[in-house]
Design a protein around this ligand. Structure first.
Ligand code: NAD
Length: 364
């Protein structure tokens, strides 16, 4: 790849102006690295609503209209529904735009390869953003594990409870494409939300050797099947084992400014433990990071533990990266394929009764 950093603000377009735009746009606000030149969404209401944030940006009903308009674009912030990711990203790379896309990258390895090939053919950068890697309590957790403060890492546990009450409104149109995903066996718990959990696992402890999974099914309405309760366990190549369990608590109220996910990450070390108490929601109202060692508990009271800040930092990282080309992309498209392989190995394991499956051996 012959990437040349920009010596001026990056001209960027938002493609998809739905629910998650509200958090993604935070990396762009007041950022001298970027000029927002275009907004794209087929919904006139969404375009009108978001135009207020960027009065000087041109608005279009499709990426094709933008590409034909003469408005010059360097990079696209792609916030499309998951079923549109592969075709949409290939199309936009084809217009010569660098792409920062949402997770999950896509549903299978064939589509992932199509996207990688399109980036290579056009000599463009494809990034699959992972905001959890920019959440300050999780960054501190990783630093603590690597510092030896809790001794040798013995294992870790990730927990997620989706609750039925609380949080922000999610438009019904978002559930419609999620239901399409469910029918394809790519559910909202294990694949959509789980992507973050699997990504943080790879980020914390490196490549995964083997995965075992038991994926549940909870029918909550006509055509609405949630892939829960589910438990995934895995072993990293360095020998560290992780486990993630997810459940749904339909009647539970969870205080949250965003989705109602009650989440925890807990690493056990030979001398102590370190735990992130919450991420998206505000379930456990203790300090977001606690570290136990030698009979003492250390609590971090002043971290930036607003989940939205992880989007801001991820977006700023991307735009700075385009200005400098320095450091890891977090994530590159190839790293995102490793997350996809991890998820596909879990599905393969579940389909064969929970046997161990190696992510590097999955083929589709
Ligand atoms: N990082 C995270 O934690 C996180 C959280 C939520 C959603 N997401 C991801 O963000 C993406 C969008 O999710 P959302 O919740 O905002 O969905 P949404 O349904 O609220 O918004 C999608 C928007 O895309 C628009 N759209 C549809 N077709 C389009 C097209 N061809 N061109 C341009 N726009 C089009 C829709 O009109 C809608 O406004 C998904 O990939 C989702 O997985 C990520």
């Amino acid at each position: 790849m012959t990437f040349v950093p920009y010596d001026r603000p990056v001209r960027s377009a938002f493609i998809g102006l739905g629910r998650i735009y509200d958090l993604n746009m935070r990396g762009y606000v007041g950022n001298p690295d970027v000029e927002v030149v275009a907004l794209v969404d087929p919904s006139p209401q969404r375009r009108a609503q978001r135009q207020a944030d960027w009065p000087d940006a041109a608005a279009f009903g499709s990426a094709a209209e933008l590409a034909a308009s003469g408005v010059e674009v360097d990079a696209a912030e792609v916030l499309l529904p998951i079923p549109l990711h592969a075709d949409g990203v290939v199309e936009m790379l084809g217009y010569g735009w660098h792409v920062n896309m949402q997770k999950p990258m896509c549903n299978d390895l064939l589509d992932a390869q199509r996207m990688l090939d399109a980036a290579k053919a056009g000599d463009r950068i494809l990034r699959v953003m992972e905001n959890y890697l920019f959440y300050e309590p999780l960054r501190r957790l990783k630093a603590v594990a690597e510092s030896g403060a809790i001794g040798e890492v013995c294992g870790y546990h990730v927990k997620m409870v989706g609750t039925g009450r609380g949080g922000w409104d999610v438009p019904w149109s978002s559930f419609e494409w999620q239901m399409e995903q469910m029918k394809r066996g790519r559910g909202i718990m294990v694949f959509d939300d789980g992507w973050h959990k699997l990504a943080t696992a790879l980020w914390l402890f490196g490549p995964v050797r083997e995965v075992r999974a038991w994926i549940g099914n909870l029918a909550v309405g006509p055509g609405i099947d949630l892939d829960t309760p589910s438990t995934l366990i895995w072993e990293h190549e360095n020998g560290v084992r992780g486990v993630w369990d997810n459940t749904i608590a339909m009647d539970m109220y969870l205080r949250s400014d965003y989705y109602t996910n009650d989440e925890r990450w807990e690493i056990t070390g030979s001398k102590g433990f370190a735990r992130v108490n919450r991420v998206t929601g505000r379930g456990v109202q203790q300090p977001s990071l606690e570290i136990y060692s030698e009979g003492e508990m250390r609590s971090y009271h002043a971290l930036d533990d607003d989940w939205a800040s992880s989007f801001r930092e991820s977006g700023r990282h991307w735009l700075r990266w385009l200005r400098t080309g320095d450091g890891p992309l977090m994530w590159s498209a190839q790293e995102a394929v490793d997350v996809l392989r991890f998820a596909l190995a879990a599905y393969a394991s579940n389909a064969s009764g929970g046997v161990g499956v190696q992510p590097r051996q999955v083929t589709e």
